[in-house]
Design a protein around this ligand. Structure first.
Ligand code: SF4
Ligand code: SF4
Length: 268
C-alpha cells in the first residue's frame, strides 16, 4: 500500500485522510477492462472518491506522472511496451495487472501457439510493416503486486478490490471454482445440457457469468486453487467432448499455462 504524503497523517479515527493517486494504462488489449470501470455509472462517483485518478486516457485529458498505484491492462507484445511497463513499474508503489491479458497474456497469447511467428504476422497483417513479438504477461517483465482477473474484469469485483486497496485492507481472491457460484445460482449444469465447461477448475469471483447465460466457462480467470485438470479431462471425455476441444478451452486465455503439469494424454 502506498505511504501517505509526509505532511499528512494517514488516518484519523480509522478514516483515511487522503486518496492514493492512481493511473490507468493499456498495453496490447481491447481496453475492455478499463471500459468496464467507466461503465459502472451507478457507483462510479463513489468509487472515484477512493482514488485520485491522475491519468486515464479513456476518461480524461489531464495526465500526471506522480501516481502511487498503476493499473495496467493488456499484455506485452512490443519492445516499446516493455520499456513503458518498466517506467510505470519504477514510478508505481503498487502495480496492478488488470484483466486476463495483463495477468496471463489473455487471448493475445494464442499467437504463441504457432511455431512460426512470422507466419502469424503475415496471415494477420499481410505485408504491412508491423512490429509485434511473442506475447507475455506483465509478470514476465516486471514484478506485479496484485492481479484482478477476468476477460473482462467484473465491475463489482474490481470496485471491491480497489476499495480494499485504498483502505489498506488485505485483498483476497476466491479460491473456490466458478462451479460453486453456478450451483449457488441454481443453474442447470451445462454438461447436462450438452455444453463443455471449465467451471469446475476455474477461479470463482465472476458469479458464474457465462453459465448463468447457458454458456460454458472458458477459464478467463485462470485456475482455482487445487484445480483438478485431469479429472475434468475425464468428465469431458465421458460427455463425448474431444481432447482438442478441451485443450482449446484450457489455452484460450493463458491462465492454465501456470499449472505444473498437463493431464496425461492431452494432445500437445
Ligand atoms: S455449468 Fe459449469 S460451472 Fe456450472 S455446475 Fe456445470 S460444470 Fe460447474
Ligand atoms: S464463467 Fe468462466 S469464462 Fe465466463 S467470466 Fe466467469 S471465469 Fe470467465
Amino acid at each position: 500500500m502506498p505511504a501517505a504524503p509526509p505532511d499528512l497523517p494517514r488516518r484519523y479515527l480509522g478514516v483515511p485522510l487522503w486518496r492514493p493517486r492512481a493511473a490507468f494504462f493499456e498495453l496490447t488489449s481491447c481496453e475492455g477492462c478499463q471500459l468496464q470501470i467507466l461503465n459502472n455509472e451507478d457507483t462510479l462517483l463513489d468509487f472515484l472518491s477512493f482514488l485520485e485518478v491522475v491519468q486515464f486516457r479513456e476518461a480524461m485529458t489531464e495526465k500526471a506522472e506522480d501516481y502511487e498505484i498503476a493499473f495496467v491492462e493488456g499484455a506485452v507484445s512490443r519492445a516499446d511496451e516493455e520499456e513503458r511497463l518498466r517506467r510505470i513499474r519504477a514510478q508505481a508503489q503498487v502495480l496492478v495487472a488488470l484483466g486476463s491479458c495483463a495477468a496471463f497474456g489473455g487471448v493475445n497469447q494464442l499467437r504463441n501457439r504457432w511455431a512460426d511467428p512470422a507466419l502469424v504476422v503475415r496471415e494477420v497483417y499481410g505485408e504491412a510493416p508491423v512490429e509485434t513479438a511473442l506475447v507475455r504477461p506483465l509478470s514476465a517483465v516486471v514484478p506485479v503486486d496484485l492481479m484482478i482477473f477476468g476477460c473482462p474484469i467484473r465491475k463489482e469485483e474490481v470496485e471491491r478490490i480497489v476499495c480494499d486497496l485504498a483502505l489498506g485492507k488485505t485483498v483476497t481472491h476466491p479460491a473456490y471454482p466458478v462451479c460453486l457460484e453456478c450451483k449457488a445460482n441454481e443453474n442447470l449444469c451445462l454438461f447436462d445440457l450438452g455444453e463443455p465447461c471449465l467451471g469446475p477448475i476455474t477461479r470463482g469471483g465472476c458469479n458464474a457469468w457465462c453459465p448463468n447465460e447457458r454458456a460454458g466457462c472458458w477459464g478467463c480467470r485462470g485456475p482455482a486453487e487445487d484445480a483438478n485438470v485431469a479429472q475434468l479431462l475425464e468428465i469431458m471425455r465421458r460427455h463425448g467432448f474431444s481432447d482438442e476441444a478441451f485443450r482449446d478451452r484450457l489455452e484460450c486465455f493463458g491462465g492454465f499455462a501456470s499449472l505444473p503439469a498437463r493431464p496425461e494424454g492431452l494432445p500437445a
